[in-house]
Design a protein around this ligand. Structure first.
Ligand SMILES: *[C@@H]1O[C@H](CO)[C@@H](O)[C@H](O)[C@H]1NC(C)=O
Ligand SMILES: *[C@@H]1O[C@H](CO)[C@@H](O)[C@H](O)[C@H]1NC(C)=O
Ligand SMILES: *[C@@H]1O[C@H](CO)[C@@H](O)[C@H](O)[C@H]1NC(C)=O
Length: 303
């Protein structure tokens, strides 16, 4: 006997916003009929936090604040009563409104290193004790509706002015020791970014005493787990894009252009138990491997 169970969502992109109806069909394909003791559909969503190993020593102090945070937990009986599924393909339509638990917010789906926010549908077909229960999971994605106040407490939210920068050995945090004499000028279009639009700007190597091998744009996530009792803050690289390669010509503008990768970014999120923030580094690598970095905290918004 072979039975396959599938959950097919109506939306091909599987993206939903709070208050949307998540609809689709359960598809049961079996080569012979079988008895069941009830079919349920569970919609779940949670934030999972993890402390990096280097912070494990301090974890006991705030263990409670790194427990998973459940955002959504709804179970529906597709059929409560025991019954029989006939041989062949059976389609069972379903519709579940996407609503958070009381006092919770459905944050956007996000796949990070120390913080994950994920949503899924699970179908369980219970069977009598001699047969194995059947289970199938299907992930879906949550996105804020553009314009909904996603994170009201964000600083800089209205700062849409271009940000100019000038980099030279004398304004490096490291004091520029070992760096050749150089001057890099540029601007970012904004540091408060529409997550569905590319990150843009421009830079120019005005002068440089040594050959530059590469100019890179690095997108970094800064994840904080914990709360007032203690916290762990970790910055890790999401992606690194080379915007200038080889012996970079002087006084020729170089475009800064980067698309925010889906799932690995989300609107900047600051809550009492965790934070997800983003930064951009502009990295200049000289021929002799000497490397200088300039860091820009950015804010991502869904608008
Ligand atoms: C998040 O998911 C990734 C990939 O599935 C996994 O490597 C990571 O450990 C998860 N982190 C948490 C905090 O669950
Ligand atoms: C989700 O809700 C069900 C009952 O509807 C409950 O049995 C289960 O423990 C809940 N899950 C969590 C993680 O709270
Ligand atoms: C953000 O970007 C999306 C996609 O390009 C666009 O539809 C939307 O209008 C933008 N929002 C604002 C406020 O510019």
């Amino acid at each position: 006997m072979s039975i396959t169970l599938d959950i097919k969502l109506k939306r091909a992109d599987k993206i939903y916003s709070e208050a949307d109806i998540v609809s689709g069909i359960l598809v049961i394909d079996t080569n012979s009929d079988f008895k069941h003791d009830g079919i349920t559909l569970t919609m779940e969503g949670s934030v999972n936090l993890q402390i990096s190993s280097k912070n494990v020593g301090i974890i006991e102090a705030f263990y409670n604040s790194v427990k998973p945070i459940q955002l959504l937990n709804v179970t529906c009986d597709v059929t409560q009563a025991p019954g029989r599924i006939p041989a062949g393909v059976t389609n069972i339509p379903f519709e579940i409104p996407l609503k958070p638990k009381p006092n919770r917010v459905l944050y956007e789906t996000y796949h990070g290193v120390y913080v994950n926010i994920s949503y899924s549908l699970r179908c369980d077909i219970k069977r009598s004790f001699l047969s194995k229960d059947l289970q199938k999971c299907q992930q879906f994605f949550v996105q804020y509706k553009p314009g909904s106040a996603s994170c009201p407490q964000l600083p800089l939210k209205d700062n849409r002015k271009p940000v100019s920068f000038e980099l030279s050995p004398k304004n490096l945090a490291s004091g520029g020791s070992g760096a050749p004499d150089f001057l890099l000028r540029g601007h970012l279009d904004t540091v408060c970014c529409n997550i569905s639009k590319p990150f843009k700007g421009q830079l120019t190597l005005v002068r440089c005493a040594a050959p530059v091998r590469s100019i890179e744009l690095q997108l970094v996530r800064v994840e904080t787990c914990g709360c007032a009792e203690g916290y762990a803050r970790e910055a890790t690289e999401i992606q690194n894009i080379q915007i200038g390669d080889g012996d970079i010509a002087q006084n020729i503008p170089i475009l800064i252009y980067m698309v925010f990768p889906r799932l690995f970014t989300c609107p900047t999120l600051i809550t009492t138990n965790f934070k997800i923030e983003f930064e951009v580094n502009i990295v200049v690598v000289f021929e002799d491997d000497h490397l200088i970095t300039n860091n820009f905290p950015i804010i991502l918004v869904r608008e």
